[in-house]
Design a protein around this ligand. Structure first.
Ligand SMILES: C[S@@+](CC[C@H](N)C(=O)[O-])C[C@H]1O[C@@H](n2cnc3c(N)ncnc32)[C@H](O)[C@@H]1O
Ligand code: SF4
Ligand code: SF4
Length: 491
């Protein structure tokens, strides 16, 4: 590790306070990729292994890369802050017990903001966020220190996986299975969670419990979340609890609902981008909705100016990963002041598919085009870094992710996540590791249990379908990959 400056030392101190894993880190050597696909049956935990035929999603990512400790440039789509601590073995048991003994407030605004069980990192983020807003250089320095510590953490965990603990920071809630598009790469509204929807009472409980468990950021999506009548109330409730609430939508109904969402406190939005014109019609199977995203964006900017942060999620699947579609997305980004984010082909995420004729998958013949596509993105990023939340190393790794797929054996930090589906099911990530159902048990009784701990460790070791979720974070926290893709032309 390079010589640490004062900021890094401060970050290390934070980690030390939180759990003391720095001691282990200093004496343990870095490891490489997680070797071969792991035998799922080897897991000693109770959680069910993922079904063999799963196809899954790409985790998307949150807002805070622009706000928390990150610089907004070269950071990831998920909140960034010092890596999670490793607590001494007795700590989680005590924490869990007292966590369950707690009296839970039933009304928003009553939750104690100094809850002693909220992980220190979440508390620090809450304290630091406003203070760092006017200090981009300090924020950037902390971000670099944080990244270095995260790489150390993962290097040590490669040797001692037991140090991986569940530390839920980000909660994804799929509020409805309903959608007004029929994307060829998506199963929502076709055969995934059809007719399922979370009611507002359940979502309120989930948000309260998540807040108590240390979650800082919540993504509301689906399906199409703007089809849920209670979406504004969910945002209002979560915001009052002090959670960073954001929504991922296809954007088609945004102009119609933006006032309610804004009034509820929404200030951060991500929009799935599926091209325009014929490309859009073929991908979404909804030709009548061509142009709705651009109209919605114009309306939102006219009403609320730049106070709403908006990210366009460009989905890197074969029919969309073309120069023309990239130019189109870039034009939208420039016209409406958007950040351009890339979600990768979700080959193993349960609610995505490869299309009816496998047309979303990349073949070896696509590689030159794909590399040219990435080169163009890198060029744009160098000229306009403020428009790209991704790091260069991650962008360089894109062809490998979508071509090698599950052979990319890079540890996953899904220990920071929780996912709740429209039917109430809870998983560690949207793809794997079922933990329970919030319609049967409160989230507070699901988290931090033995299954959760086991799932966190197994996720790190990729005892899962190894999807394309969190790929930016995975590259950034894996020292060998970070070095490899940091090199010009590295792949
Ligand atoms: C499942 S969608 C749900 C929210 C909303 N309906 C939308 O389309 O944005 C969430 C995100 O998944 C990403 N996505 C969509 N199709 C994908 C696919 N086939 N592979 C990977 N990511 C995909 C997009 O970035 C989208 O914003
Ligand atoms: S990707 Fe989004 S817009 Fe497309 S069908 Fe799925 S949920 Fe609907
Ligand atoms: S644990 Fe596996 S399936 Fe879950 S997000 Fe990580 S790589 Fe994907």
């Amino acid at each position: 590790m390079r010589a640490l400056g004062p900021v890094s030392v401060a970050a290390a101190a934070v980690h030390a306070v939180h759990g003391g894993f720095h001691v282990i880190e200093t004496v343990t050597k870095s490891t490489g990729n997680i070797g071969t696909p792991t035998d799922l049956s080897a897991c000693a935990c109770d959680h069910a292994p993922p079904p063999a035929d799963v196809d899954r999603e790409n985790r998307y990512t949150p807002r805070q890369h622009l706000r928390l400790i990150g610089t907004g440039v070269g950071s990831t789509s998920s909140p960034t802050s010092p890596p999670r601590p490793v607590r001494s073995p007795w700590f989680p048991c005590l924490a869990r017990r007292s966590f369950r003994r707690r009296k839970w407030p039933s009304l928003c605004g009553e939750t104690d903001p100094t809850d002693p069980l909220m992980p220190i990192r979440a508390k620090l983020a809450q304290i630091l966020r406003p203070a760092l807003d006017g200090h981009p250089q300090l924020r950037s320095a902390l971000k670099r220190a944080d990244d270095s510590m995260a790489r150390l953490h993962h290097s040590v965990a490669g040797v001692v996986p037991a140090i991986i603990r569940p530390t839920p920071e980000i909660l994804f809630i799929s509020v409805t299975g309903q959608c007004n598009y029929r994307c060829i790469g998506c199963r929502y509204e076709r055969d995934f969670m059809v007719g399922e929807r979370l009611d507002i009472g359940t979502v309120r409980q989930v948000l309260e419990d998540a807040r108590g468990a240390g979650v800082g950021s919540v993504r509301l999506y689906g399906g199409e979340p703007l089809l849920h009548p209670d979406l504004p109330e969910m945002i209002r409730f979560g915001t009052k609890l002090g959670l960073d609430m954001y929504v991922t939508t296809n954007g088609s109904l945004l102009d119609k609902r933006i006032d309610e969402l804004w009034n509820a406190g929404l200030r951060w939005l991500t929009i799935g981008f599926y091209g325009d014109g014929e490309t859009f019609s073929q991908y979404t199977q909804r030709p009548g909705l061509v142009g709705r995203v651009a109209q919605s964006l114009a309306r939102v900017r006219e009403r609320y100016g730049k106070e709403l942060s908006i990210q366009l999620n460009f989905v890197v699947v074969r029919p969309l990963a073309t120069m023309e579609t990239l130019d189109l997305a870039w034009h939208l980004a420039e016209t409406h002041d958007l950040v351009l984010h890339f979600d990768l082909y979700g080959y193993s995420i349960p609610f995505f598919t490869s299309g009816p004729n496998d047309e979303l998958a990349f073949t070896p013949e696509d590689e030159p085009l794909l590399r040219a596509f990435v080169d163009r993105v890198l060029e744009l990023r160098r000229a306009h870094p403020e428009r790209f939340p991704h790091s260069e190393p991650f962008l360089r790794s894109i062809p490998d992710w979508v071509m090698k797929r599950a052979d990319m054996r890079i540890p996953c930090d899904a220990y920071r996540f929780l996912w709740v589906g429209p039917d109430g099911s809870v998983q560690l990530c949207d793809t794997s590791f079922p933990l329970g159902n919030v319609k049967e048990r409160r989230l507070r009784d699901i988290v931090y249990g033995p299954e959760h701990r086991c799932a966190a460790r197994d996720a790190f070791q990729l005892k899962c379908p190894n999807c394309t979720c969190q790929v930016e974070d995975r590259i950034r926290k894996h020292a060998p990959s970070w070095r490899r893709y940091s090199r010009e032309g590295g792949s």
